[in-house]
Write a protein that binds this ligand. Structure first.
Ligand code: GLN
Length: 543
């Protein structure tokens, strides 16, 4: 018997940044723990085709899926919470929808018809919503609608949700996430913004089935009944989501509030019993007991914005937690780091990450950090641009090539140790044209990287245009920096390291995209172990 896929829509009201991605991820986590097959997709109401061309200051980190889609950072949450890979189909923007409709119009698919928002744009949205469900691989497709109800941009998406709700009946439901603010002067939680936001949704023809109420204080049962009454939801369907110290507790909180039970009941889905949360709870238990810190510095230029390095932060956090440590993460602004303050800023650290990035700004600070860390033998991890900087710093200060650079920073450098790949040279479009997505990598046996992974064959995700220049490989290897990972097909260098150091590894790929709570990336766990060991050595030397 084929079971119908159930579609769950998650909308947001009152204010943005309430954490629709975390609620969607937590619900998926619970349903998976109950034995269902679940995927989550994000619809973003902006015109960009994808977030790949967005400045991190605008939209935080750009996440990369295994099939090479430059995606919204919420897809990172989805993967970290569910341990399931997402793809291009899991992230759709208004731009993609319009592009597809306009392509069809040019091909003549709508010949004779006036192409309109309703039905053509909404049909295209609906087609994208159902695309994952149609594969037959999922019992539940959770669709998060970006933005806030009332935005002009999200109107076509909400109209598509209204139509789908009507078509799918009890095979679908709408969860609306709102905010219940606490007004200190009145010493009261206020339910009015939620009522207004639900009214707004109702004006668009959508009746939410479940309300998730973000709050800093416990909402009394009486207030919840009041909200349920005013908003036309079942009395137990006004679920509170109180602030918790870590997002990874949200699934547990949502289960306590019966969110997963409600979803099963309202979609007529037979229950398979309580969720199996064992490994997740073990992670939370470790987190609760991790008191001793491990201090990691992240050297990058977007340090004012936490979300710019989201996946790296989370990967470090997961690795530290599994090693029973509290992550003490310090952001070090690469533009402010120089030889005069390097000692002061870097000596308290047990390990240093040199961040990915683009362009010249802040690059000199990365070289300062790398030289200092190499000379002081601090565990150091260079990721993408961080790896490229590792190579450049080594060329300048060890190989004696003072003007070595990447052609990204200086197109006429006499020593282009990092250079544009041949196939990139003819590309002029910026969007979606980098080396993107998962590529195989063969590791040298006995390298730090191979030991960390416990295998010599890995696959990791990329997002870059520039590469290690093979012409210099021999000189690096002779001087002591080894190329220990390469792509089996193209022989591009993917991993460099300096053997004999405590832990000095650079990866051209981004291992942070594959690190999940239940399956942390081995390079991060290995790096954190090295940092802890180094800390203990420093402590022993002091006493
Ligand atoms: N700017 C570098 C390149 O394009 C590195 C990119 C990155 O760090 N993601 O190769």
């Amino acid at each position: 018997m084929t079971v119908d896929t159930k579609y769950i829509f998650v909308t947001g009201g009152v204010v943005s940044s309430l954490g629709k991605g975390i609620i969607s991820s937590s619900l998926a986590n619970l349903l998976i723990a109950r034995g269902y097959r679940v995927t989550i997709q994000k619809f973003d109401p902006y015109i960009n085709i994808d977030p790949g061309t967005l400045n991190p200051y605008e939209h935080g980190e750009c996440y990369v899926t295994v099939d090479g889609h430059e995606a919204d950072l919420d897809l990172g949450h989805y993967e970290r919470f569910t341990n399931i890979q997402t793809t291009r189909a899991n992230n759709v923007t208004t731009g993609r929808i319009y592009q597809s409709v306009i392509d069809k119009e040019r091909r003549g698919d709508y010949l004779g018809k006036t192409v309109q928002i309703v039905p053509h744009i909404t049909d295209e949205i609906k087609r994208n919503v159902k695309q994952l469900g149609k594969t037959g691989n999922f019992d539940f497709v959770i669709t998060e609608i970006g933005g806030v109800v009332g935005d002009i941009e999200s109107l076509p998406f909400l109209e598509a949700v209204r139509q789908l709700r009507w078509e799918l009946g009890r095979n679908s439901l709408v969860i609306h996430l709102t905010y219940v603010p606490y007004i200190a002067a009145a010493k009261e939680l206020k339910t009015k913004p939620t009522q207004h936001s639900v009214k707004k949704l109702q004006e668009l023809g959508i009746q939410p089935d479940i309300l998730v109420l973000r709050t800093e204080r416990d909402i009394t049962p009486e207030a919840r009944r009041k909200i349920a009454l005013f908003c036309n939801v079942a009395p137990d369907a006004a679920v509170q989501s109180i602030d918790v110290p870590t997002i990874y507790q949200v699934p547990i909180k949502m289960h306590e509030q019966h969110l997963d039970d409600l979803v099963l009941r309202l979609t007529d889905t037979p229950s398979k019993g309580e969720p199996h949360m064992g490994p997740w709870l073990r992670f939370l238990d470790k987190l609760a007991h991790a008191e001793k810190p491990v201090t990691i510095g992240l050297v990058g230029k977007y340090v004012e914005l936490q979300d710019a390095y989201k996946s790296i932060n989370e990967s470090l956090f997961q690795a530290a937690t599994y090693d029973d440590r509290r992550l003490d993460l310090r952001f070090i602004h690469s533009e402010k780091l120089n030889d005069a303050n390097a000692d002061e800023l870097l000596s308290p650290l047990d390990g240093v990450i040199i961040a990915p990035g683009f362009g010249q700004r802040g690059i000199e600070g990365k070289f300062v950090a790398l030289k200092w860390c190499r000379e002081h033998d601090v565990p150091t991890f260079g990721i993408c641009l961080g790896m490229q900087c590792m190579v450049i710093e080594y060329a300048r200060n060890v190989l004696g090539l003072a003007e070595a650079n990447s052609t990204e920073m200086n197109p006429t450098t006499p020593h282009n140790v990092i250079d544009l790949m041949e196939e990139q040279k003819s590309i002029s479009n910026m969007g979606g044209t980098m080396r993107l997505g998962a590529y195989d990598c063969e590791l040298t046996p006995d390298s730090i990287a191979a030991k960390a992974y416990g295998t010599t064959h890995v696959s990791e995700r990329h997002r870059h245009r520039f590469e290690f220049n093979e012409d210099y490989r021999e000189r690096f290897e002779q001087a002591g920096m080894k190329c220990v990972g390469e792509n089996p097909a193209t022989h591009l260098v993917e991993v460099v390291e300096i053997p004999g150091k405590r832990w000095f590894v650079g990866t051209q790929y981004h291992p942070e995209y594959t690190s999940t709570v239940l399956n942390p990336n081995p390079l991060f766990t290995s790096f954190i172990s090295a940092a802890i060991k180094y800390r203990e050595e420093k402590e022993a030397a002091k006493s």
